[in-house]
Write a protein that binds this ligand. Structure first.
Ligand code: FES
Length: 122
């Protein structure tokens, strides 16, 4: 079930008490009034946040909410099988090889995820 965040101008704060290592979850915070699907992945001591949108055809990577194909620290797009590194979002294999998932700066601390949004003028 997607979790909603608190909207602010440049970030959202989202309660995620538990993140299993290398187990992606989805969140759908409001970014400037629009629900925005994101993937959150804990990689050891750090957390990565990416847009849940494949660079190949723009489809979500999960085959059902919070259901992802994963293998050896990679994430596989359910549509056509593009394989992305969890730690850097780079496509290692598949139809968009060399492209990347869109990353967002984030910090996960005390069960709260802070996701930074780019400046609207960027
Ligand atoms: S939409 Fe992801 S591989 Fe085609």
């Amino acid at each position: 079930m997607p979790r909603q965040g608190l909207e602010s101008v440049n970030c959202s704060l989202i309660a995620i008490p538990v993140l299993e290592n290398e187990t992606p979850v989805t969140i759908t915070p409001l970014i400037r009034g629009q629900s925005t699907p994101l993937i959150v992945i804990r990689c050891g001591e750090s957390v990565r946040v990416y847009a849940n949108r494949c660079p190949h055809q723009g489809r979500p990577l999960d085959y059902a909410p919070d259901r992802f194909l994963t293998k050896n620290a990679t994430l596989v797009c359910a549509a056509h099988g593009a394989v992305f590194g969890m730690a850097d979002g780079l496509c290692l294999q598949g139809p968009c090889r060399g492209e990347s998932l869109t990353p967002y700066a984030s910090l996960w601390q005390d069960g709260v995820l802070r996701v930074e949004w780019p400046d609207p003028l960027d």
